[in-house]
Design a protein. Structure first.
Length: 279
C-alpha cells in the first residue's frame, strides 16, 4: 500500500493500492474486523467479510445481463464507429443476443466482436469512480450505478481507447482519509467481468474498504472503526489527473441510475470520442 500525505489541511491523506489483488489481500487478512464483518446481508450484500472476499476472488457476474442489455443498445447507436474497429461474430455464445436472429430461431444468435485494427489505442482515458456511499444508500442503487459505469468502460475500450480505472472511498471525520485502488491499467487486457464486483457490488465498500480502513493506522487516527466518517469528494483526484470523474452516489442518483444509457452517451460525447453521434 502506498501513502500520499496531504499538502494542506483541506486535502485528503491518500492510501492506495496498485491493483485490486493487492487490496483484496490486505482486506481479507483482518484479525479484528468490526463493521466489515457485521451488519446485514441486505445492507452489505454479503453475510460476512469472508464471504465478500470469496465473491471478490471467484468472480461476481450477477449484473452481467443488465450490462449486456445496455451494451446491445450502445452497439446499435455506435454501429458506424464500431464497424471501423470490430466486426460482429455470431455464435452459440457471446456478449449479447441479436434479437433478430433470436426471433428467427437462429441458434447462432449471440454476438461477440473481433478486432480488425488497432484503432485509437494511443490515447488512454483515465476514469476515477467514487465508491463512497452513506448508510442510507440503497444497495440496488449501488448496483445500478455500477452497471452504467461498467457499460461506459467497456464501450470506451471497444472504441479503441486505453482505459485506466480507479476506485476511491474518501471519508471525512477529524480530517479527510482516502482509500483508493487501481482496478485496471491501460497496459492490461480489459475483462469487464473482473471489475464488476468492485464497481457494482455493495460489499466492495461495506466489507472490503471498511476492512482496509479498520486496519489502517492513518484511518484509525480519524476514529475509523468507531465510526466511518461522512462521505467526501474523491481524494485520488487531488493526486492524479483524470478524464472522467464519477462522484459519490448521493451527489445525484439521476441519469446514472435512472437513465444509464443516456448517461453513458453523454459521457462519451463529453470525451469527444463519438463524433457527431447524438447523445
Amino acid at each position: 500500500m502506498n501513502i500520499i500525505e496531504p499538502s494542506t489541511a483541506k486535502k485528503a491523506r491518500i492510501e492506495y493500492f496498485n491493483s485490486f489483488g493487492e487490496m483484496y489481500n490486505y482486506a481479507k487478512d483482518n484479525d479484528e474486523p468490526k463493521s466489515s464483518n457485521g451488519n446485514s446481508k441486505e445492507w452489505a450484500g454479503t453475510k460476512t467479510l469472508a464471504s465478500a472476499c470469496d465473491l471478490a476472488r471467484n468472480g461476481w457476474t450477477e449484473v452481467r445481463p443488465m450490462v449486456d442489455e445496455i451494451l446491445g443498445d450502445l452497439t446499435e447507436r455506435l454501429a458506424d464507429k464500431l464497424d471501423n474497429l470490430y466486426k460482429p461474430q455470431y455464435d452459440f455464445g457471446g456478449a449479447y443476443v441479436d434479437m433478430g436472429r433470436f426471433v428467427e430461431g437462429d441458434p447462432e444468435c449471440m454476438v461477440t466482436f473481433q478486432a480488425v485494427e488497432a484503432g485509437a489505442m494511443g490515447r488512454v482515458i483515465k476514469i476515477a469512480v467514487s465508491g463512497t456511499a452513506s448508510a442510507f444508500i440503497d444497495p440496488e442503487d449501488i448496483k445500478k450505478r455500477g452497471i452504467a459505469i461498467i457499460s461506459l468502460v467497456d464501450t470506451i475500450n471497444k472504441l479503441g481507447f486505453g482505459v485506466e480505472l480507479w476506485w476511491d472511498s474518501t471519508i471525512e471525520h477529524t480530517g479527510r482519509h482516502c482509500t483508493a485502488v487501481k482496478l485496471h491499467d491501460s497496459a492490461d487486457t480489459l475483462d469487464i467481468n473482473s471489475v464488476m464486483f468492485a464497481l457494482a457490488h455493495p460489499s466492495m465498500l461495506r466489507r472490503l474498504a471498511f476492512s482496509v480502513q479498520e486496519q489502517s493506522s492513518k484511518a484509525k487516527e480519524q476514529n475509523v472503526g468507531g465510526g466511518y466518517g461522512c462521505p467526501s469528494t474523491m481524494g485520488i483526484v487531488e493526486a492524479f489527473d483524470f478524464d472522467v470523474t464519477v462522484e459519490k452516489l448521493q451527489d445525484g442518483r439521476g441519469d446514472i441510475v435512472n437513465n444509464p444509457m443516456g448517461w453513458v452517451m453523454t459521457t462519451l460525447k463529453g470525451l469527444d470520442i463519438i463524433g457527431d453521434v447524438e447523445a
